[in-house]
Design a protein around this ligand. Structure first.
Ligand code: GFB
Length: 315
């Protein structure tokens, strides 16, 4: 990838896409092309084809997706499958048809089997059954990464994929019902602190393990693989550190100064018991994360407070 390349970032208003745009600009890539949902409907193949043919980007970064936490995914697996499948097929296939030479497809480590070996290596893909709570999302992401792999093999296009672990950071979604666990917990503890609530209700048992990566570390990883001449077809990206949901809750509780008692609502799902990704491949290539969880959390709590005070919270 060259500094003068025209780079299309699909999903630039989301947490991942906006972090990629920031990282590209900070690294001196000035020719970044974006479209809002109103300007370009990624579910519409014809519109996507016309966009690629009109703009002719050199590079595409596919960060657009319908995303959500365990609540959103498990309530609407059909929608997560349909929209993400359409977005993946349209943005990847139409790019190839329009002659885009380079493309990075972003997914999630939920593509791996529910009971994959831990830490999860890239070759655990499709070795056993998926986690049911996000099966729709996972199937769509598997289709997208496979389409990239096939196009690379059949047409020699440099299309490749990166699978991040659970992400958090600037521009996250703080919706209580639909958000991911980390932003939701920040909002729950902050609200309980301000309202002097006696208890804070969290989901599940608190025992599942999750690995968290700050989105700025992910954006750096995206640039890193895009700057490689011959990147792997599929590479994991994670912090390499995992915590239980209970430990995460205690960290956020302490950081927010919330005195409420934590209760666990066991009618809510735990999801996959553990999903620590094996990051040895990306580390061996030369990337490593820079933002540890305590530092990233502190920054995120501060950003949440500013967003709340200024009415800029994303829900
Ligand atoms: O981030 P999250 O919603 O999704 O985290 P996944 C879910 C874990 O946090 C479960 C617990 O063990 C929940 O029981 N949890 C505790 C809570 N309290 C809460 C709460 O208030 N809200 C939420 N949301 N969780 C997602 C997938 O899986 O991971 C996506 O659904 C995607 O498709 C993403 O792959 C990376 O980590 O289980």
């Amino acid at each position: 990838m060259n500094k003068t390349d025209k780079i299309f970032v699909a999903g630039h208003r989301g947490m991942v896409g906006s972090a990629c745009v920031r990282a590209l600009k900070a690294a001196g890539y000035e020719n970044v092309v974006v479209r809002t949902h109103q300007e370009l409907d990624l579910l519409d193949p014809k519109a996507v084809r016309e966009f690629y043919e009109a703009e002719r980007p050199d590079v595409a970064i596919i960060a657009a997706a319908r995303v959500g936490g365990i609540g959103a995914n498990s309530a609407a697996n059909s929608l997560f499958l349909y929209e993400n499948e359409m977005i993946a097929m349209n943005t990847v296939w139409q790019a190839a048809e329009a002659g885009v030479k380079r493309l990075l497809f972003l997914g999630s480590t939920c593509i791996y089997p529910r009971l994959a070996p831990q830490p999860i290596p890239e070759d655990a893909l499709l070795t056993s059954a998926l986690e049911k709570t996000n099966e729709g999302y996972a199937l769509a992401k598997i289709s997208g990464l496979k389409l990239c792999e096939f196009l690379r093999r059949e047409r020699g296009l440099c299309y490749h994929s990166l699978m991040p672990t659970n992400l958090y950071g600037t521009g996250d979604n703080y919706d209580i019902e639909h958000g991911h666990v980390l932003p939701t917990l920040i909002r729950k503890f902050e609200t309980a602190r301000m309202e002097h609530a006696p208890t804070v209700s969290l989901w599940g048992s608190g025992s599942p393990l999750r690995e968290f990566l700050h989105v700025d570390d992910l954006a750096a990883a995206c640039l890193f693989v895009l700057e490689m001449e011959n990147p792997p077809d599929l590479v994991n990206c994670g912090s390499g550190r995992e915590v239980t949901i209970r430990q995460l809750a205690e960290m956020i509780q302490e950081m927010t100064g919330c005195k409420s008692i934590i209760t666990w609502d066991r009618t809510k799902p735990d999801g996959t018991p553990r999903k620590l990704c094996d990051t040895s491949l990306i580390r061996s290539l030369g990337w490593s994360p820079k933002i540890d969880l305590a530092t990233g959390l502190r920054r995120t709590v501060d950003e949440y407070r500013v967003a709340l005070a200024t009415g800029n919270i994303r829900l």
